[in-house]
Design a protein. Structure first.
Length: 293
């Protein structure tokens, strides 16, 4: 069950900053946390708890041992200790937060801690040279479109799978789109890339992962984000870097237009349940955010 409730402003602990939340990003991870499937990422706090992992806002107070962030700074980052970001105020872990650079909006910054840094990590882990061909399985969501845009910027040839509703945003980036509702993905992919893909990014998991994994020339170049069973197929799970350096790098890429999120819905805080429901159904195109302030 989801409901709104009043709470006092959290008190930032050691290595944390209290922020006024301007914008919160909405992610599939949020409903997984609500379900209790990933308890290691919520600070071990009991229910009821505030949902949300990523946010952009303004520092209101600092705990002890906080370096590089000051009261009044515009920042973005991750609420890794369970404070939640669907709220007027929250605490961010200072090592997992960074200043928002001039010229970058809070709305864009709020999409970077999860989707933006994941896209950077995936492509860095693959390390493909210009001219290589990559398959993004599940290209239409926030992470998928971020991966595709970065890959195009690295001069990779990008093939992406998704439903019909995802085609427009993907093709606008330069993706060769395969509609899994209208054609056989395996046959279409083999026709486009007969010799196999140089890398595969899987954002779907399950039977879909098992269908696309054999399309890779080398199984070690199959990297999954959500399916921990990928090593059984010879592939790897994404290696995440959630530190300030990676946040700052993502922000620079966003400023340069190489990591431009496709924001398809902006909800007020009062509409947070609907925002999460949109992401939870798995058919969202691009990125959904909640405008709090």
């Amino acid at each position: 069950m989801q409901e709104f409730f009043d709470r006092p402003d959290p008190v930032p602990g050691r290595g944390e900053v209290l922020i006024r939340v301007d914008v919160a990003g909405v992610n599939p991870l949020d409903h997984l946390l609500r379900s209790g499937l990933v308890p290691g990422l919520d600070g071990g706090r009991p229910f009821p708890r505030v949902l949300g992992m990523e946010a952009a806002g303004t520092v209101l107070a600092r705990g002890e041992d906080v370096d590089g962030l000051e009261v009044g700074d515009a920042v973005f980052g991750l609420a890794l200790t369970g404070g939640g970001t669907y709220a007027e105020t929250t605490v961010l872990s200072a090592p997992n937060a960074a200043r928002i650079p001039a010229g970058l909006s809070a709305t864009v910054a709020a999409t970077l801690p999860v989707a933006g840094t994941t896209a950077v990590d995936l492509l860095d882990q693959l390390g493909l040279p210009a001219g290589a061909t990559i398959l993004v399985n599940g290209v239409g969501g926030g992470v998928g479109l971020a991966v595709a845009r970065l890959a195009v910027g690295r001069k990779l040839r990008v093939i992406g799978t998704g439903s019909t509703a995802k085609r427009q945003h993907a093709e606008a980036i330069g993706v060769r789109f395969i509609d899994y509702t209208a054609e056989d993905v395996g046959a279409a992919a083999r026709k486009l890339v007969p010799d196999g893909f140089d890398g595969i990014v899987d954002l779907v998991g399950g039977t879909s992962l098992r269908m696309v994994a054999p399309l890779a020339r080398d199984p070690r170049t199959v990297i999954a984000v959500g399916d921990m069973s990928v090593p059984d197929l010879g592939g790897r799970f994404v290696e995440r870097r959630l530190d300030r350096e990676n946040l700052e790098r993502s922000a620079r890429l966003a400023l340069d237009g190489l990591l431009a999120p496709v924001i398809t819905a902006v909800h007020p805080l009062s509409d947070a349940p609907a925002a999460l429901a949109t992401v939870e159904n798995g058919h969202t195109s691009g990125k959904v955010v909640i405008k709090v302030a």
